[in-house]
Design a protein around this ligand. Sequence first.
Ligand code: AMP
Ligand code: MG
Length: 397
Amino acid sequence: LTPQNAEQAIRERVTPLPAEPCALQRCAGRVLRQDVIAERDSPPFDRVCMDGVALASGALASGADRFVVQALQPAGVPALRLADETQAIEVMTGAVLPTGTDCVIPLEEYRTDGPAIVLERPAATTAGRNVQHRGSDARGGTLLLRAGTRLGAAEVAIVASAGLAQVQVSRQPRVMVVSTGDELIEAGQPIAPHQVRRSNAHAIVATLRLAGLAEVGDDHITDDEALLQRRLAAHLAGHDLLVLTGGVSKGRFDFVPDVLRRCGVEQVFHHVDQKPGRPLWFGITPDGKPVFGLPGNPVSTLVCLRRYVQPALALLGGTTPQGPEPVALATPVTGSPRQTTFIPADLRADDGPPRAWPRAHRGSGDFLSLAGTAGFIELPPMAAARAASTIVDLWRW
Ligand code: AMP
Ligand code: MG
């Protein structure tokens, strides 16, 4: 199975969670499950976009440069009407353009003279100057945002502009992160020389929190088959997606694949032609909950999380997974002739476009070398070295 086959198998099985209503004030980072349609024209009226005076540009053609100020038109007030072309109306940015006027002269370009203003450069102004016409950005009824869009700051502003106090969004997945292994000891607890700090689960939780997931649980289970089965059954009942680390290889205590099958999780694949992360396990419950068994080696864990689990979370959320981006290699690099190779990489721009600098590391246990990297590059099987400047896929963390 290549990484692309594995990705495809995941895409075929993961379906979006149900939608739920969400208040405008809380919808940042969520995925829309409805289209957002313009409530009105945008701007909704001919809008003044400078502080100054509005007048009828026709009067300028006949050489007039002095206009009596008839009234003041602030923002938020219905349009006033210009009495005649010898007059002007003082206007503020965001006001409705007064009826009978067609341009705005900014206050830097005139001086006041008693009840009137005198223009410095009348010839500089034509109809439409400093006016944004009604509907020039979008007509009412236009599709502004499509279902499946993730709501960033600009999108939230658009939801508000469409007058929606709440929108339909995908329900947030409830995720449980489970580490397995007798050797793992939590930070803050005393540790013996033969034991290992439990770090992967924290990295996974950190990734998911940084990606905006609010409901991420965390458990540790020792390599005890019966205990593993009881606890995984409970976690499956209460969550939408499970991520396990460790216990998926061929060791005597690697119980995860068997236990998951006994919990009713259908195995979709086990093992992918990739390094690191070959033992990766993926399955799905009869009610469509994805379950990932990530190899325990810390680099494998984080690479598989980004390459497979995060895309599955995007699909659960009803949006398109964020794929890799093409970047040029800064230095030559050799992959493997038989399997896909993932190599942690920095992304740096020294005098030009950013390039990927593969980070020297000592195998899949060396997570210390990941600090500060931008992500990892993916090299499909190939015997020959890739030269510097070759374009490769970079998966950002
Ligand atoms: P396993 O996949 O269970 O055979 O574990 C492979 C390697 O990763 C072993 O050296 C484990 O000690 C280590 N490992 C497994 N889980 C974790 C974890 N949560 N944090 C740190 N190291 C881990
Ligand atoms: Mg283990």
